[in-house]
Each structure stands twice: as C-alpha cells, then as structure tokens.
Design a protein around this ligand. Structure first.
Ligand code: ACO
Length: 431
C-alpha cells in the first residue's frame, strides 16, 4: 500500500513522458518502461502483474469486457464448432490452421510419439496410490526431462518442435496412467488409429479384458473441453512456464513447473472445487442457505465456478461448455440425477439473484466442465490433471514463442525492499 506519493521532478517527468508507447494488433497499448530505471532511478511496483505486460505474444487474445477469446485470431466459438483438438494444437503451434495434407502429417507424427518410454511407467510405483494425481503429474512430466535432455537443444527450432510433439502426444497416456495407478488397474497402452480424445478416454476408462466402446457425444464433449482450455494467454501457469524457460531450462521441467502452478484452487483447481462444493451442498433444498453464505461478507465461502478475473460480462468458453453440458446430460439421461439437478438449480438461482447479477458473477467454464467431466465418469480428483492435459499445448507453444523471441531475457523481476537497513553483526555475547 502506498504511504505517500512521490512527485517526480520536472526533469523526471520530462524523461518519463518520453517513454515509448507500443501498440498491439488489438487491445490496450503499453508504455515501454524498460528504460525507466536508467532514466529516472525508479522501478515500477505491480504485484500480481495487474498492469504489466510481461511479454509480447501472437498466440492468444482475450477481451474480458466483451467476452472475446481468440486463438491466433480465430474466435473460440468457431474453433469449438468447426475444429478438433489436434487442429487447434496445430494452430497454436504453427500460427495457421492446417490444410488436409498438413493435418494428415501432424496426426501421423503425433501418433508416432504416443508411447512413453517403458522405464517412465516405473516412476508411478514410487508414489503412494492415494497421492493426488497432480502431485504424480508434476513428478512424471518433470521426469520426461531425464529421458529427452540430451536430445533437446532449445536453441534449435527442430528440437523445440519435437519437444512440443512429444509433450502433446504423451500427455493423454501420462494423465491416464495417473488415474489407473490410483485405482490399482493396469495401464492401458494407446492405440495409434484412435482420435486424440477417444484414445485418452479408452486409456482412462477402458480395461484390458473388454473392448472400449466410445460414445461419440461424450468424445466430442471431451474434445471440446480440451479445445476450450488449450490456451489463455499469460495466465499464472503459462507465465510460470515462461519464467522457468527463460533461463534455457529443459522444456519438460518448465511444463512441470506450470503443472505445479495450475494445481492451485485459484487457478486450475476450480473445476474440482465445483464438484466438492456441490457434494457439500448435497441437496436442492440447501441451495438458499449456501447462496446466503456466499453473499455474507463475514463468511469466506464463495460459490465455486462463478465469477472470473478477466471475463466480467460472460466467459465465452462457459457459453460453449453449457451447451455441451446439456448435450451430455441428455445423452446419458442424467437430467434427473440429484447432483446434476442441484447444479442446474444453483445456476438458475445465481443467474437471477440480484447479488450475482449486479456483480456480473456468471457461471464460468469450470462450473460446466466439472459437471461434464463428472457425467463422463471421471473422478473429481482427475479434473485438474485433464486441465493440464489440455493446457500443455498452450504452455509449449508459449515457451517456443518465448525462446524464439529476439528480445528474450531471463525473467528477473525487481523488488521493493522493506527489510532492515544495513547493520553490523554484534558478537553473540552482546546480542
Ligand atoms: N461467490 C460469491 N461472491 C463472489 C464470487 C463468488 N464466486 N466471486 C466474486 N464475488 C464477489 C466478491 O465478494 C466481491 O464482492 P464485493 O464487491 O461486494 O466486495 C465481488 O464479487 C468481486 O469479486 P473479486 O474477488 O474482486 O473478483 P475477482 O475478479 O478478484 O475474482 C474469482 C475472480 C477469483 C474467479 C472469483 O470470482 C472467485 O473466487 N470465484 C470462485 C472460484 C472460481 O470459480 N474460480 C475459477 C475461475 S475460472 C478459471 O480459472 C478457468
């Protein structure tokens, strides 16, 4: 908190007013403060980066006030309608949507990398069976760096590309093994001929003694979850990956750092928190009590899955996920399931309640994705791991963009020191 306001001298103001303004393609322009300290002797103070662009990027654009999300310029609504997840991966990595031949080649190269080194499967047995899947995921994805370190020269674009392919291809297998290990079930090997989402569902939900029969509505729902979570510009976990990667570290180690960041309830943990909250509420008759708790300022309880830091009108991903949610509940005849009835009633009440309407607290993407994942039969504790699976492409695309940026510098924020001023060490007898 500012205790006083420093007035810049006329000379400082003159220098500060000469700081260049940089314009993006869309969105607010930025003041380039790189020379501020050299010119004026001041740093800026911006915990939480609420007014600071940490990089320039060509990947994802968000306009929170108008509910706009674009990947490489394409609206998320069109991508969710017209593309599948692997097309979106290609787009995020390469900057353009693939044509037929490019897509065929991309699918082939991904399918060539779906297996993990058999030695990697041994890592799981080092964990307790009841470990949280995100704890296991941080460890196993970090361990990939031990398998590919010597063949990854981050200065070579071809090496970075193959690192991205390996990550995207292996993540479904790695995430599914987290689940299988926790239940004591055997790991299921991927099948090259299956689509990305179907392969993942088979490895998660299938078993070695029966054929896995995929339901296209459910596979499409999962694919949509993957598309909607694939990137979200400089969010906390992506910034973590960039910061870790800015030193030239191994990409899998950087992604493991991103997974650690995503785990927090304020970030990727929200979809899990939604289901835990619904279980806590337990019954439709209890909703008014919990809505009152959410409005009570002396009570820390918040309705999980409502509100968003950036989207203040609506979250475009939530609109798409709501539609998918209803398709899945209809397909599975779950509209009368008590948990789903409870969720739908909570949504109805919150959308009408003055407190939520006034504050623009709409259901966010995680409210609906949590409900969909639950309907797909995925255990709650796996939700954030599935978020990590989708976000891996965003992390690695942003990492690649950063490494190839000629302006790359190691991420090294400054600080406002408020500790004790310089003093002398006294002999122990006189302290
Ligand atoms: N339930 C009840 N009240 C809420 C909620 C909520 N979920 N969210 C915000 N509010 C209230 C606040 O108490 C505050 O009220 P006031 O103005 O009377 O003081 C007002 O709405 C604004 O809240 P802020 O905390 O300033 O909003 P902020 O943008 O900082 O928070 C956040 C956004 C963290 C997402 C918040 O809405 C929240 O905690 N939601 C629940 C958790 C959640 O669903 N997170 C997932 C986000 S989506 C994603 O990560 C993919």
């Amino acid at each position: 908190m500012a205790e006083n306001y420093v007035s810049l001298t006329e000379d400082d103001k003159e220098k500060a007013s000469k700081l260049p303004i940089m314009d993006g393609t869309m969105g607010p322009s930025v003041v380039d403060i790189r020379s501020l300290y050299a010119q004026t002797g001041y740093f800026t103070y911006d915990p939480g980066f609420t007014s600071t662009a940490s990089c320039s990027s060509k990947i994802t654009y968000i306009d929170g006030d108008n509910g706009i999300l674009l990947y490489r310029g394409y609206p998320i609504e069109q991508l969710a309608e017209k593309c599948d997840f692997l097309e979106v991966c290609y787009l995020l990595l390469n900057g353009e949507l693939p044509n037929g031949a490019q897509m065929k080649e991309f699918v082939t190269i991904i399918s060539q990398h779906v297996m993990v080194h058999e030695q990697l499967t041994k890592f799981y047995s080092g964990f307790r069976r009841d470990a949280h899947p995100m704890a296991v995921l941080v460890g196993v994805v970090g361990a990939l760096s031990a398998f590919y370190h010597d063949v990854t020269d981050v200065t070579r674009p071809e090496d970075r590309y193959i690192a991205a392919i390996r990550l995207i291809a292996k993540m479904p297998n790695i995430v599914a093994m987290c689940h299988k290990y926790s239940t004591g079930m055997p790991f299921i090997y991927p099948k090259r001929k299956l689509g990305y989402a179907e392969n993942f569902m088979r490895m998660m939900m299938g078993d070695p003694y029966d054929d896995y029969i995929a339901n296209p509505v459910l596979i499409r729902a999962l694919d949509r979850i993957l598309i909607l979570h694939a990137d979200h510009e400089q969010n906390a976990s992506t910034s973590t990956v960039r910061l870790a990667g800015s030193s030239g570290a191994n990409p899998y180690a950087c992604v493991a750092a991103g997974i650690a960041c995503l785990w927090g309830a304020a970030h990727g943990g929200a979809n899990e928190a939604v289901l835990n909250m619904l279980e806590e509420i337990g019954d439709v008759t209890k909703i008014p009590e919990y809505v009152a708790k959410a409005k009570d300022k002396s009570d820390p309880f918040r309705l999980m899955g409502f509100g968003h830091r950036v989207y203040k009108n609506y979250d475009p991903r939530a609109k798409l996920m709501r539609q998918t949610c209803h398709e899945v509940l209809d397909e599975l005849n779950l509209n009368n399931d008590p948990m789903f009835k409870l969720a739908m009633e909570l949504e109805r009440i919150a959308l009408e309640d003055e407190y939520f309407v006034e504050r623009k607290l709409y259901p966010n993407v995680d409210f609906y994705s949590g409900i969909v994942l639950r309907a797909l039969g995925i255990p709650t504790e796996m939700f954030t791991a599935i978020f990590a699976l989708s976000r891996s492409v965003g992390w690695i695309a942003q990492w690649d963009e950063m490494i190839s940026d000629p302006e790359l510098k190691i991420g090294r924020p400054r600080q406002l020191y408020r500790g004790v001023a310089k003093r002398d060490v006294q002999p122990i007898s006189s302290r």
